[in-house]
Design a protein around this ligand. Structure first.
Ligand code: MEV
Length: 426
């Protein structure tokens, strides 16, 4: 009998298959059976060849006040100290009046790549003719795009041309860009549908050939801006503040530092994105391109002192997030996270993302400018080490505390402490 295809197997059959074909033990296979708050049919509908779920810790960042509203922010992340750092920064920002954010409308860009018929020999006036035809038919194309969605609205079309700079030198191509207000959705599906829906009309009008028809993840028409004041006396002194400005100077100027600085910002943003079911790869890609918008990759945040001498932080980033569509309607944990956040729109969710990134960045550069990050990090990491050494329940705290006191956080020391505590009958 022919072997069933993996995709046609039940979860049990897939796990049995892995047991035969791989070196996983029964115990390791069993780890995949527990699908947490999700039932297997749901995850099997989300991705192909599903076998289980990948659990990540989820915690709540506290103290956030954004545009005068209090938030408890769910963050899904494996890295210790991110949630504590965000909460701590939010507390300090709260004393400076909280985060103030504003967001553009939810405009996403869809791109249609149009190759003129006689591509290689096309001249400037022929390009201008094609662009003119498209300009003259803007309303027709826009109306056609709008027949493809019940909620989103194509509000404009932009046309430009580019020349292939790759080794293939394929010549000139025209890029038709549709600007779509996707409201509370992230927008990928609706924009892709519109792009594919209008491409045949574009070919008909111009006699050209369309190749790519796809959303751009560079959401430059959907920016969020957020600002917070961190009072100088809560930062750790004038000298720490001075050193923070040097940290920013380095992140603005040096790409090796800028990448790490922005990685810290993404710690905050991605963890909220994961908890709320967003496409964090799209957010990452967009933010990093934005960091490079003027030709050199630099810090996504800005830091300076105001006239009171307090530290001001600002962030501006593209933010394509949705509170409807995607897994926001199907993933029970995502649904609960959105509910506990109590957001009423994708714009509001974007402000939370931006504030989380800014808060995270503040804590990172504050720690780096002062005592360094290892002290706080090891304190939180020591709990992991205690668990790795075999500590359970209240022993985790006891072992971790002792290691931190001794400034010796290691599995071998954790084992020794555990043994001593066990002998004492603690
Ligand atoms: C670690 O995940 C993030 C940091 O490296 C960010 C930074 O250096 O600014 C601490």
């Amino acid at each position: 009998m022919e072997q069933k295809k993996f995709r046609d197997m039940s979860q049990d059959e897939r796990l049995q298959y892995l047991k035969i074909k791989t070196n996983l033990s029964e115990k390791e296979i069993d780890l995949f059976r527990n699908t947490g708050g999700l039932n297997f049919n749901t995850i099997n509908g989300m991705v192909e060849n599903a076998i289980g779920v990948f659990p990540l810790p989820i915690g709540i960042a506290t103290n956030f006040v954004i545009n005068n509203k209090e938030y408890l922010i769910p963050m899904a992340i494996e890295e210790p100290s991110v949630i504590a750092a965000a909460s701590n920064a939010a507390k300090i920002a709260g004393r400076g009046g909280g985060f103030v954010a504003d967001v553009d409308d939810s405009i996403m860009i869809g791109q249609i790549q149009l190759i003129p018929d006689s591509n290689n020999s096309i001249n400037k006036s022929e390009i201008d003719d094609i662009i003119k035809v498209l300009q003259d038919n803007k309303n027709k194309i826009t109306s056609l795009a709008n027949t493809k969605s019940k909620f989103a609205e194509c509000i404009d079309i932009k046309i430009r041309h580019i020349e292939d700079k790759s080794i293939n030198s394929l010549g000139i191509m025209i890029i038709v860009e549709i600007l779509v207000d996707v409201k509370d959705a992230m927008g990928a599906n609706v924009v892709n549908t519109m792009c594919e829906g209008i491409a045949p009309e574009i070919e008909l009008l111009t006699g050209g050939e369309t190749i790519l028809k796809i959303l751009s993840n560079y959401a430059t028409e959907r920016l969020v801006r957020c600002k917070a004041i961190f009072p100088r006396d809560l930062i750790g002194g004038e000298d720490v503040l001075r050193r923070i400005l040097f940290a920013y100077a380095m992140a603005y100027t040096d790409v090796y530092r800028a990448v790490t600085h922005n990685k810290g910002i993404m710690n905050g943003i991605d963890s909220v994105a994961i908890a709320t079911g967003q496409d964090f790869r799209a957010i990452e890609a967009g933010c990093h391109a934005y960091a490079c918008r003027d030709g050199h990759y630099k810090s996504l945040t800005k830091w300076y002192q105001n006239s009171n001498g307090d530290l001001v932080g600002e962030i501006e980033i593209p933010m394509a997030v949705g509170t409807v569509g995607g897994i926001t309607n199907t993933h029970p944990i995502v649904k609960s996270c959105l509910k506990l956040l109590n957001v009423s729109s994708s714009k509001e969710l974007a402000t939370i993302m931006a504030a989380s990134g800014l808060a995270q960045n503040f804590s990172a550069i504050r720690a780096l400018a002062d005592e360094g990050i290892q002290k706080g990090h090891m304190k939180l990491h020591s709990k992991n080490i205690a668990i790795m050494a075999g500590a359970t329940d209240n022993m985790i705290e006891l072992v971790s505390k002792k290691m931190v006191e001794e400034k010796n956080v290691s599995v071998s020391r954790a084992k020794e402490i555990l043994e001593t505590l066990n002998k004492k009958g603690v």
